[in-house]
Design a protein around this ligand. Structure first.
Ligand SMILES: Nc1ncnc2c1ncn2[C@@H]1O[C@H](COP(=O)(O)OP(=O)(O)OP(=O)(O)O)[C@@H](O)[C@H]1O
Ligand SMILES: Cc1cc2nc3c(=O)[nH]c(=O)nc-3n(C[C@H](O)[C@H](O)[C@H](O)CO)c2cc1C
Length: 350
């Protein structure tokens, strides 16, 4: 895969070590969610003056430092991860993801990562010993100059390699390894309560309960849904609440069904250049009032009119307002949506 610009994000994304930009400084891990713990692991490989690959196109091979007018020996900040997720490979069961590929690229780009290498996780890769993984992949193929991992990082066949073993093996090649302590969070704000280890599973648990504030605290940003607007049954406009129906990647992890106060952005060319930014109300659910058959994700933008079909939207979840309900009439649903809008307005005003 060769892609310099996904979602307007200029990260070099490849699944081939041969096409990777080298030499590299590497953060290793699965990084689903790109939460605050992940951000700490990625931090040591970032540079103050990061490379911007926007607008550059390369077709046959990866660009060299010379092509990019960089000093020779420039080491690219690279996140090395596995695809599919190792657990999915071993169990054969598809996993839902907090950050499907598009979103992961977007979040990594916002942090300043220059390259994402998705190592195909197959029988061959999973059979490498820790020593072989370091020598063949990190040293020979990626010309790695520095590595950063979390304290609980495991690698190599049967997860036999630990972070300290990685440090010992890498030392033979003079490669420094930063082992980042596990980041914790005292989410309930209680002075004497235990702090919890930040993890993708904990983020999922909070999202499953509709506890958006806690999930967002662990992420260090709002939980987002990124998708394209598709046509529905043209029903929303008939009750005065047109809703943009979002088509999400099929592995996207959905939070608790119900109604949320959200911030909606349409993607600009780069993460910080948004074409518009407004607030709205979102429903995730199967719409029992209109006998819906499958779960949908739909957003009504407050004080906004226009055509959103085919646009890519980023929806940031800020507050869970209520669970979805079956109303006896469309009129009753409409009255409730009016109340939802008022609650969202009050929330954002505050
Ligand atoms: N304030 C708004 N919020 C969301 N969409 C809006 C808004 N104003 C206009 N629209 C447009 O209206 C479309 C949605 O209209 P409407 O809900 O009637 O039809 P639909 O896409 O078939 O969805 P549904 O099946 O949920 O009724 C959006 O995709 C968007 O292009
Ligand atoms: C803010 C908001 C709240 C909603 N709440 C419900 C709900 O509680 N029950 C339901 O059946 N549908 C709900 N819907 C979906 C509604 O049925 C749908 O938008 C229309 O039928 C148009 O498709 C909601 C939609 C929005 C935008």
């Amino acid at each position: 895969m060769l892609n310099l610009s996904q979602n307007g994000c200029s990260v070099w994304v490849t699944s081939s070590t041969e096409l990777a930009l080298t030499p590299t400084v590497i953060a290793l891990g699965k990084f689903d969610g790109v939460h605050r713990g992940h951000q700490q692991v990625i931090q040591p490989i970032l540079k103050a003056d990061r490379l911007d690959l926007t607008g550059m196109t390369f077709s046959k091979s990866s660009p060299t430092a010379k092509d990019l007018s960089l000093p020779s020996g420039y080491a690219y900040s690279t996140v090395v991860t596995f695809n599919p997720h190792p657990q999915e490979f071993f169990t054969g069961k598809p996993r839902t993801l907090l950050t499907p590929l598009d979103e992961k690229i977007y979040q990594l780009r916002s942090l300043g990562v220059e390259q994402l290498l998705l190592l195909p996780f197959d029988k061959e890769l999973s059979a490498l010993t820790p020593e072989e993984f370091v020598e063949k992949i990190l040293v020979q193929q990626l010309q790695c100059q520095r590595i950063s991992v979390g304290q609980d990082f495991r690698f190599g066949s049967q997860r036999s390699g630990t972070a300290t073993l990685l440090q010992q093996i890498a030392a033979k090649y003079d490669i420094p390894v930063t082992i980042v302590p596990l980041e914790t969070c005292n989410c309930d704000g209680q002075e004497y309560s235990d702090s919890e280890r930040i993890s993708s599973s904990l983020v999922r648990q909070h999202l499953e309960h509709g506890d958006i504030e806690k999930a967002n605290q662990l992420l260090g940003r709002p939980y987002t849904l990124m998708g394209s607007v598709v046509k529905g049954q043209q029903l929303g406009r008939t009750i005065g609440f047109p809703t943009a129906n979002l088509q999400l990647p099929k592995q996207k992890f959905l939070p608790r069904f119900g109604v949320y106060a959200v911030r909606v952005k349409s993607l600009g060319e780069v993460p910080d250049a948004t074409a518009f930014d407004c607030v709205g109300v979102m429903n995730i659910g199967s719409r029992p009032t209109v006998n819906g058959t499958h779960p949908t994700v739909e957003v009504h933008l407050l004080d906004w009119k226009g055509d959103l079909y085919c646009k890519k939207l980023t929806v940031e979840l800020e507050k869970f307002l209520r669970p979805e309900q079956k109303f006896p009439t469309l009129e009753a649903l409409k009255t409730q949506i009016q109340l939802d809008c008022a609650e969202a307005r009050a929330f954002f005003r505050a």
